[in-house]
Design a protein around this ligand. Structure first.
Ligand code: SF4
Length: 310
């Protein structure tokens, strides 16, 4: 983890917002991710994602506390169930680093970061009886937990739910977390799909490439979800390179998410007309294999819908 003095030395302009922003949503950056940031570039697209900004502290039009309706669709704690065929379990609130735009930033870690044993039993019981075909292990980042915890969760669901998905940013933020033991355990529990989260080509590095390749080489399908973010990837050239870079790594660019309007991320939001215009350009520039769906997850909890047709 990068220390605060080190970050402030590189980014003095972030210092004024630090304490207040950190109190709302932790400021944490992994050493690996930090090495990919250019500290001399005030518009660095990775720094914008993870370093605090005083604008996080200002209320903005459209701010929501439950931006995608998760709380409306939570039948028991740590479970979100929006669709009959999918059920999502939150294994933890913790992440390796904290993205300032995160739609779950109102679930800030601090106290009660993980389900109690009783809560977890109830969450598993609900999921197993949900009739879902796919269980999504999410958070926070489930790969902040030990392998044994991940494997136990999969084993507890398997039998009732045939397909397990792990939604994690770890291959990008903490690529050393993708170990031979983890990959072997996931492979034994096939079918397990891994959905990663990368927003800008600069997030890719030799270590990230190695982590992604370990998963893909083990026969684990890997898909990417990106979030459209102002100053980060609201640019056709960046989106084209991101999508093509994913395909080169055998990762399918699954979703481009419209930014969810959570309190604190207004300065990173892209408007829907801007997003549509970008997507129309992207459609003309990449193959069907490299084209993600551009989706929005509305606050009524009804689940994702396409903003623009493919
Ligand atoms: S890693 Fe994912 S869950 Fe964690 S802060 Fe970033 S976007 Fe949110």
């Amino acid at each position: 983890m990068v220390s605060r003095p080190e970050m402030v030395a590189a980014r003095p302009e972030a210092a004024e917002a630090w304490a207040a922003a950190d109190a709302l949503f932790p400021v944490r950056v992994t050493r690996s991710f930090w090495r990919r940031i250019d500290p001399h570039n005030p518009a660095d697209p990775l720094a914008l994602q993870v370093l605090p900004d005083r604008r996080e502290l200002e209320a903005a039009p459209g701010d929501l506390t439950d931006p995608v309706g998760d709380q409306l669709k939570s039948p028991v704690p740590w479970v979100v169930h929006k669709h009959p065929d999918r059920v999502l379990l939150l294994l933890t609130k913790r992440c390796h680093l904290y993205c300032r735009y995160c739609f779950r930033r109102t679930l800030a870690p601090g106290e009660n970061d993980d389900p109690t044993p009783a809560e977890w039993s109830a969450a598993l019981e609900y999921a197993r009886n949900s009739g879902a075909q796919e269980a999504i292990l999410s958070g926070g980042d489930p790969l902040t937990l030990k392998d044994s915890r991940i494997f136990e969760a999969i084993d507890a669901l398997r039998g009732a739910i045939p397909v397990i998905r792990i939604h994690t940013r770890a291959p990008i933020t903490q690529p050393s977390r993708i170990t031979p033991a983890l990959v072997a355990g996931l492979r034994e529990r096939n079918p397990v799909w891994v959905l990663v989260h990368c927003n800008h080509p600069n997030e890719l590095s030799p270590e990230v490439d190695a982590a992604l390749a370990m998963l893909v080489d083990a026969g684990i399908p890997v898909l990417n979800q990106a979030v459209l973010l102002r100053g980060v990837n609201d640019n056709p050239e960046v989106l084209v390179e991101l999508c093509q870079a994913m395909v080169r790594r055998r990762v399918f660019p699954y979703y481009l998410h419209h930014t969810d309007a959570v309190a604190g991320n207004a300065h990173l939001r892209v408007s829907e007309p801007e997003g549509r215009a970008l997507y129309r350009i992207l459609k003309t520039r990449v193959s069907g294999l490299a084209l993600p769906d551009y989706v929005i997850d509305p606050p009524d909890g009804s689940g994702k819908r396409s903003v623009e047709t493919r």
